[in-house]
Write a protein that binds this ligand. Structure first.
Ligand code: ADP
Ligand code: MG
Length: 263
C-alpha cells in the first residue's frame, strides 16, 4: 500500500518530479516532470544548453536539485523523508550505493587510463563488494564479448579507438546490473565512422528490455529505438510522445525549429 492507502503497482523505473535547478541566478531546469516505465527507452533531444546533461546529472544526484525530487525504482535518490515529511540528504555512502544502481555513460567515455579494459569493467563490482575478483573478471569477460570486445580484454584504453572505448564504457555500466542506464551524448565525441558500432550496442540493450534514457542528436537512431521522445528547451519539457508524433508531427514551433536544424 502507498502512503495514501491506494494499492501499489510496479514502481516507475524513473520518476522525476517537478525538478528545478539553478546555477547562481541562471535557471537551468524549470519544473521537469518525467516518468519512465520499466523497459522503456526514452530519448531526450533539445538544443545545446537546454539542460539535458544537467537533467541526467540530477537523476543520479551528481547535481542536487533546488526543488523537486527523483525516484528510481520507487526509491528517492540522494534524499530520504525525515520527520514531518521533510527531505534530508542521504549519507555519502548511501548515495554511492544508490548510484551503483544507475548506469551512466558519458560523452568522453571516462575510462580509467591505468587499468586494462577487463579491469575497467570488473572494478566497480569488486570495489562495491558485489562480486569477488574472479567472478567480477568472468562477468567482465562476458560483457565485453557482448559489446564485441571479447578479444581486447588486456588492452589499455589508449590502445583502442573511440568507438571501442565507448563500448567498454557501456560494458562497465552494465557490470553492476543497473535498473536504468543514462547516456549523455554517447556518440558525439566519435569520428563519424565509429558512431554506428556504438549505436548498435545501445540498440541491442534497447531491444533486450533494459530501461534507458539517452540524450542524443542522432535523430534517425532516436526514431528507431525510442518508445518516447522528450524535447527539452530552456529547462522545460516542451513536448513528448512516440517518435512519429514528436518527430513527424511536432505540435510546438520550438520543436519544429529544432528539428529543422538537426534533420
Ligand atoms: P545541454 O546538455 O542541454 O547542452 P547543460 O545541462 O549542460 O545543457 O547546461 C544547461 C545550462 O546550464 C547551460 O547554460 C550551461 O552553461 C549551464 N551550466 C551547466 N553546468 C553548469 C555549472 N556547473 N555551472 C554553471 N552553469 C552550468
Ligand atoms: Mg550536454
Amino acid at each position: 500500500m502507498t502512503a495514501d492507502g491506494t494499492l501499489e503497482t510496479t514502481p516507475a523505473a524513473l520518476e522525476v518530479h517537478d525538478v528545478h535547478k539553478w546555477y547562481g541566478a541562471h535557471r537551468v531546469l524549470d519544473g521537469i516532470d518525467l516518468t519512465v516505465r520499466p523497459g522503456e527507452v526514452t530519448v531526450v533531444i533539445g538544443p545545446s544548453g537546454s539542460g539535458k546533461s544537467t537533467l541526467l546529472r540530477v537523476i543520479n544526484h551528481l547535481e542536487k536539485p533546488e526543488a523537486g525530487h527523483v525516484s528510481v525504482g520507487g526509491e528517492l535518490i540522494g534524499v530520504r523523508r525525515g520527520s514531518g515529511g521533510r527531505l534530508r540528504e542521504l549519507s555519502e555512502r548511501a548515495l554511492l550505493a544508490q548510484r551503483s544502481r544507475i548506469g551512466f555513460v558519458f560523452q568522453n567515455f571516462n575510462l580509467f587510463p591505468h587499468l586494462t579494459v577487463l579491469d575497467n569493467v570488473a572494478a566497480a563490482p569488486v570495489a562495491t563488494g558485489r562480486l569477488a575478483r574472479p567472478e567480477a573478471r568472468e562477468r567482465a569477460r562476458e560483457l565485453l564479448t557482448r559489446v564485441g570486445l571479447g578479444d581486447r580484454t588486456d588492452a589499455y584504453p589508449r590502445q583502442l579507438s573511440g568507438g571501442q572505448q565507448q563500448r567498454v564504457a557501456i560494458a562497465r555500466a552494465l557490470a553492476l546490473r543497473p535498473g536504468i542506464i543514462l547516456f549523455d551524448e554517447p556518440t558525439s565525441a566519435l569520428d563519424p565512422e565509429l558512431v554506428g558500432e556504438v549505436l548498435s550496442v545501445i540498440k541491442d540493450l534497447a531491444t533486450s528490455g533494459t530501461t534507458l534514457v539517452i540524450v542524443t542528436h542522432e535523430i534517425a537512431f532516436a526514431r528507431e529505438v525510442a518508445d518516447r521522445i522528450v524535447f527539452i528547451d530552456g529547462g522545460r519539457i516542451v513536448e513528448q510522445g512516440p517518435p512519429r508524433e514528436v518527430l513527424d508531427t511536432p505540435r510546438h514551433a520550438r520543436t519544429r525549429d529544432f528539428l529543422a536544424k538537426v534533420l
